[in-house]
Design a protein around this ligand. Structure first.
Ligand SMILES: N[C@@H](CCC(=O)N[C@@H](CS)C(=O)NCC(=O)O)C(=O)O
Length: 203
């Protein structure tokens, strides 16, 4: 199996951390230079039409794109330890938090980065006002996260899940647009310290 990824990008880190939690090591990592546009070439498009990384190439050539779909594949082939919920209710709660973090936080950070930095201006039209608005949305959502984590060890009670992985990868990446949890977010900071200290956070 080959995972096409970029070491500094947030979405591939979600997969690396997920694999580290499961102790899965039989994956070959192929580095893709995003700044040089290596993800946009003909060969890459044939494997993965969205051109986004990460994507997983199985030994028979089948490709799986989208971070969460890749995690789902590994969850199914190696269920232990379960990271996507253990009961029907927990599975729904993990999905709820996963989607909230993805749409209301991670995507906002990504839009802020892409539209204010112009990093991908060779392949998109940056709209700085939109980038700045997205950054404000992300900061506003940290307040909700902080309130939730006041009474919850992880995003889903005392159960560490893929939603926590998504959040820490988004929060660490947010530093590039100078967004970070501060004194207004003591519960989010407590959560951050705890999740950062897991060995998988080094992945
Ligand atoms: N929805 C995709 C998003 C993937 C994504 O946005 N990847 C970024 C890097 S973190 C990327 O490939 N950017 C390159 C580009 O936009 O050209 C997922 O969940 O995997």
């Amino acid at each position: 199996m080959k995972l096409y990824e970029t070491h500094t990008a947030p979405n591939p880190r979600r997969v690396r951390m997920f694999l580290a939690e499961k102790g899965i090591t039989d994956v070959e990592y192929i580095q893709v230079d995003l700044a040089a546009g290596d993800n946009l070439n003909k060969d890459m498009r044939a494997k993965n039409p969205t051109t986004k990384i990460p994507f997983l190439e199985l030994d028979d050539g089948t490709c799986i794109g989208e971070t969460l779909a890749i995690c789902r594949y590994f969850e199914e082939i190696q269920p232990e330890p379960p990271l996507m919920g253990r009961t029907p209710l927990e599975k729904a709660q993990v999905e709820m938090w996963q989607r909230r973090v993805e749409f209301y936080f991670m995507m906002q950070i990504g839009m802020c980065f892409q539209h204010t930095s112009g990093y991908f201006k060779d392949r998109m039209t940056p709209v700085p006002e939109w980038g700045s608005e997205a950054g404000k949305n992300a900061v506003a959502y940290m307040k909700q996260l902080n309130e939730h984590l006041a009474s919850s060890q992880f995003l889903v009670g005392d159960y560490f899940s893929v939603a926590d992985i998504n959040l820490i990868c988004a929060l660490d990446f947010a530093r590039v647009v100078k967004i970070k949890a501060g004194e207004d977010h003591p519960h989010l900071l407590r959560w951050y310290q705890e999740v950062s200290s897991r060995p998988s956070a080094q992945a």
